[in-house]
Ligand binder design. Structure first.
Ligand SMILES: Nc1ncnc2c1ncn2[C@@H]1O[C@H](COP(=O)(O)OP(=O)(O)OP(=O)(O)O)[C@@H](O)[C@H]1O
Ligand SMILES: [Mg+2]
Length: 412
């Protein structure tokens, strides 16, 4: 009989299967505690594609709203709001999103049902011109819109945190903003966040916390839109999971599988070591290798062979990882086989710096082609040029390098 596969390569990890990140959780809790104590702290979570940023937000949310108890503090009691930025999110859309989510959250509790009152009416008054041809253009002055937004947010937050609400009073509001690297120029994300945090304070509110997550490019976007916007954040750089955490992910998954399925499954230590080594600690690789090994298994014990055939068979883990994360970059953005050869050579050094001369030694094409390739790949941000050493380059993402290595090997 077909078993339900417990591993989650396609979605943020459920809290029960969440591994590692103790330091990150600690930083978050400290920030919650500070914010609750009127010393607002904002977090910026950055890291490569699939490293676990959204999963971290998925864990942070119940910690902040008290659905789960934090390890070091009593239960927190924040209102939490989720938002995801797309490249079409304008300032008005963003504010409407926050207003709607806030209303939805407050409507859940009798005490707060009418608390927003007319404070947010400005949202309806924001003028957006829709010519019907291009995307709608906002005509209200962004500074005024941000001012209204900050005032309304401050008012609402102060009301829900007011001690006259007794034990119903909230600790504050946490606003999660995921995929912030998508932010378009119009959103002015750096300016929006810097101005809002300052205006909140000026309006007597110090219990709102922003948690912004995105690929590393978000740093550039923030500072481009407001030079000192990075200063409002404590940064969390999400890295690979440690070997013991990788094993934990597999064990929790197997446990979950045995809860869901009548037919039980075990996993050998060797198989876990293989998943751990192949994944190099990338959470999405761990989930995918474990998922594919679970699928490849037929006898109830997942062995190293199951891991390997699940990984390398057509339609297996490596194919899946590639098509989800990297294939477009590799096949569509790069039209030339020679450029791909440059990437393969660079991938041997993963994402460490490599000299152009070292690439040239292995490259089979012409010198000019290599120069053009490095230029084009740098322009497309697939590789980086070392700002402090001339003639050194590296792949932007280690996960991409790993995939190129594995993909190349499979082709061989
Ligand atoms: N701490 C963790 N424990 C177990 N699995 C994890 C953990 N973090 C992430 N994963 C798994 O790794 C994969 C990628 O996670 P997630 O979507 O959170 O990454 P991301 O950094 O938000 O990716 P993207 O850049 O594509 O938005 C998912 O399959 C998720 O289930
Ligand atoms: Mg994500």
């Amino acid at each position: 009989m077909k078993k339900i596969n417990p591993f989650k390569p396609h979605s943020p990890v459920p809290t029960a299967m969440f591994a590692g990140r103790l330091g990150e959780v600690d930083t978050f809790e400290t920030a919650l505690f500070q914010t609750k104590s009127s010393n607002p702290s904002n977090l910026l979570i950055t890291g490569e594609r699939g490293i676990g940023k959204s999963s971290l937000l998925t864990l942070f949310k119940p910690l902040a709203n008290g659905e789960i108890k934090s390890p070091d503090y009593e239960k927190f009691n924040f209102i939490t709001l989720n938002s995801i930025i797309s490249n079409g999110t304008s300032l008005v859309t963003f504010i409407k999103l926050i207003q709607r989510n806030l209303k939805r959250e407050l409507d859940k509790e009798e005490t707060f049902r009418k608390i927003m009152g007319s404070t947010w009416d400005f949202v309806q008054r924001i003028k957006v011109m829709d010519s019907g041809i291009e995307k709608p253009v906002q005509t209200s002055d962004p500074d005024l819109v941000i001012d209204d937004f900050s005032y309304s947010l401050a008012e609402t937050c102060n009301r829900i945190c007011d001690s006259d609400k007794g034990d119903k009073a909230k600790d504050g509001i946490v606003i999660f903003i995921d995929e912030a690297d998508n932010a378009c120029e119009d959103l002015q994300i750096g300016y929006l966040l810097k101005a809002t945090t300052e205006l909140l304070q000026q309006n007597g509110c110090s219990k709102v916390m922003f948690v912004v997550a995105g690929l590393n490019e978000v740093i550039e976007k923030l500072s481009k839109s407001h030079e000192s916007s990075l200063r409002i954040f404590t940064q969390i750089k999400v890295k690979e999971l440690r070997p013991e955490d990788r094993h934990y992910v597999v064990d929790r998954g197997i446990e979950e599988g045995n809860r869901l399925n009548e037919e039980q499954t075990t996993v050998s230590v060797d198989a876990k070591n293989h998943i751990s080594t192949l994944s190099e600690g990338y959470p999405h690789f761990i989930q995918q290798f474990a998922y594919s090994a679970f699928e490849a298994n037929t006898d109830g014990e997942i062995s190293s062979d199951d891991v390997l055939s699940g990984a390398f068979n057509p339609g297996g883990a490596i194919d899946a990882i590639g098509s989800r994360y990297y294939a477009a970059q590799y096949h569509e953005q790069i039209k030339s086989d020679e450029y791909r050869e440059v990437l393969s050579i660079m991938a041997e050094s993963l994402n460490s710096w490599i000299k152009k001369s070292e690439i040239r030694d292995k490259f089979t094409g012409k010198d000019q082609t290599l120069t053009d390739a490095l230029q084009a790949l740098t322009n497309r941000k697939i590789i980086l040029r070392n700002p402090s050493k001339i003639g050194e380059y590296r792949l932007q993402q280690r996960g991409f390098a790993l995939w190129i290595k594995m993909f190349g090997e499979r082709k061989k």
